[in-house]
Write a protein that binds this ligand. Sequence first.
Ligand SMILES: NC(=O)C1=CN([C@@H]2O[C@H](COP(=O)(O)OP(=O)(O)OC[C@H]3O[C@@H](n4cnc5c(N)ncnc54)[C@H](O)[C@@H]3O)[C@@H](O)[C@H]2O)[C@@H](O)CC1
Ligand SMILES: Nc1ncnc2c1ncn2[C@@H]1O[C@H](COP(=O)(O)OP(=O)(O)O)[C@@H](O)[C@H]1O
Ligand SMILES: [K+]
Length: 574
Amino acid sequence: MKDAWSSDEVRKAEEPLIAAGVPLMARAAYGLAQVVLREVAARRARTRARAGGVDGARLRGSLGSDGLPGTARRRPPRAAGRGDVRGARAVLLVGPGNNGGDTLYAGAHLVQRGLTVTAVLASARAHEAGLARFREVGGQVASLADLRVPAVVEAVRGADVVLDGLVGVGARGALRPPAGGLVRALADARAAAGDQWPYTVAVDIPSGIGVDDGALPGPVLRADRTVTFGALKPGLVLPPAAGVAGAVELVDIGFPATPGAAPRTAGPRHAWGAADPAAGRVLRLEAADVAELWPVPGPGDHKYTRGVVGVVAGTGTYPGAAVLATSGAVLTGAGMVRYLGPESVGTRVLLARPEVVVAGGRVQAWVLGPGVPVLDPDDDGPDDEGQARRIFGALAAVTGVLSEDVTGGRVPAVVDAGALTMLEHRLPAFAVLTPHAGELAELLRGLGHDVDRAAVEARPLHWARTAHQATGATILLKGAVTVVAGPGDVYTQADAPAWTGTAGAGDVLAGILGTLLAGRSAEAVRDETLAARLAAAAVLVHGRAATRASAGGPVAALEIARAVPAVVAEILGR
Ligand SMILES: NC(=O)C1=CN([C@@H]2O[C@H](COP(=O)(O)OP(=O)(O)OC[C@H]3O[C@@H](n4cnc5c(N)ncnc54)[C@H](O)[C@@H]3O)[C@@H](O)[C@H]2O)[C@@H](O)CC1
Ligand SMILES: Nc1ncnc2c1ncn2[C@@H]1O[C@H](COP(=O)(O)OP(=O)(O)O)[C@@H](O)[C@H]1O
Ligand SMILES: [K+]
């Protein structure tokens, strides 16, 4: 589990360590410099290999990037050989606070390793000791006020690497001038330059992101890599800011395992902090967490104890959604999958997945709505072939309304697509709504909020939380980074390649989550925070299945479902 610490938590963790004389900034700067040296060496090796000079094995050894944006790495930075980096040019963008201090000290290490380093001071003030150290070793210093923005942009363009050390966790709001103007110009230049841009490293955070909420309130220079200190910050894992952080790498400077825990004054460690039991943290599940959550069958289990998933999906116009949702559920390991819908669709489901039972009966979790048209009360709309009626019936077993009709008590549900327009009663947290940004905006408009898709995309966490509070349900907001907000912790998962944004991928996710909820149905009803964890687990499995099915290329939704068994086996370590 990766957990992100708010700027306040970071500050509180730093205080006792600083009081105890722990050299936090020295550790941060050293770790940062090692990453920069490693990456500069790797890029040079790549360039030489392209020119035909270096053997492939050495190249592979020095690259080793996981390549997924927003993915953190644990491996300590590899020391780069002197010859790999000598003569490379670095530009430091230096702000007035400790973030600039980290950057100047790191710059001093780079000078000592033979790089030509220029620090551009964006403010009249700069970290005094850091600046003195940088000058002492021979770093070049210029000020933004003297150089002006166009000259700085040119200097950056001509460099091998640029370090964004304008502001860190001490920043509030959009970057102000003159740093804001500089970053806007650099961001424009980067967008126009394509590949011809220096490797861009953000120091602690990309300057200008919302540290605690992941917002992008103003200009930000997109980083290839963010080297963050002590702990992840929410803005590095939450959309949209996660999208400008590049690969996130943590440098351990000696923070305790959880916020508020006793400080460690001993040497650094390389591990992610454990989850804090306190509610409302921003977390990201990893494979080991999913393995713990997974309902693995034992010798005493049979199909009914393992969980029956009921799927109400598809119509004659959209039969594929039914095939995809049932396939997702079957291949995730449901004890049984029941399909409820028009006969013509049921026939197609059976052709694709003969394991599905096309008949009603008791279920432990519902999947409602994929491929079912939106309900428009003012209009007869497209013929839903009885699906709305079936969904209303199933929802009664979720909300407990009309509970005399519900045999066997309340059960969890995945509420997707068309079913999102059929919510009449307050929902329990074990109902998981799975909208994309457009669907969430529509749901929120129905609740009286004046939002559109772009507004949701600008503040996904805020709107997911708002929808949770308004409906009671757990909200799984789909996107490149998927956010899950329920009554406890928030989860943010970035496990899938962009190829996953293809029609039907969401239907498969609904099926995967349905099986997980059915497998732990009674617990999810009892523990109001479990559905969100299971939802995040489903997103991780779906994303990894998409990665496997894609293998770097296009992916079809059904292939995501087909990749699920191997991904689950891998996660469970079998
Ligand atoms: N406290 C410590 O000893 C450590 C701090 N560390 C670094 O220090 C950073 C935090 O340092 P600070 O608290 O000094 O703050 P920052 O360096 O993040 O930035 C605060 C400075 O930026 C200015 N500022 C704030 N908002 C701005 C905006 N919107 N536009 C333009 N300028 C703005 C403020 O006037 C202030 O001078 C961390 O991100 C990390 O990089 C690390 O070195 C670890 C140890
Ligand atoms: N850029 C992207 N990167 C990674 N995953 C994405 C991206 N865009 C969309 N996805 C994922 O693809 C799926 C699309 O689901 P959805 O929008 O419901 O499509 P459909 O309704 O056609 O199945 C979701 O799981 C979403 O998180
Ligand atoms: K920064």
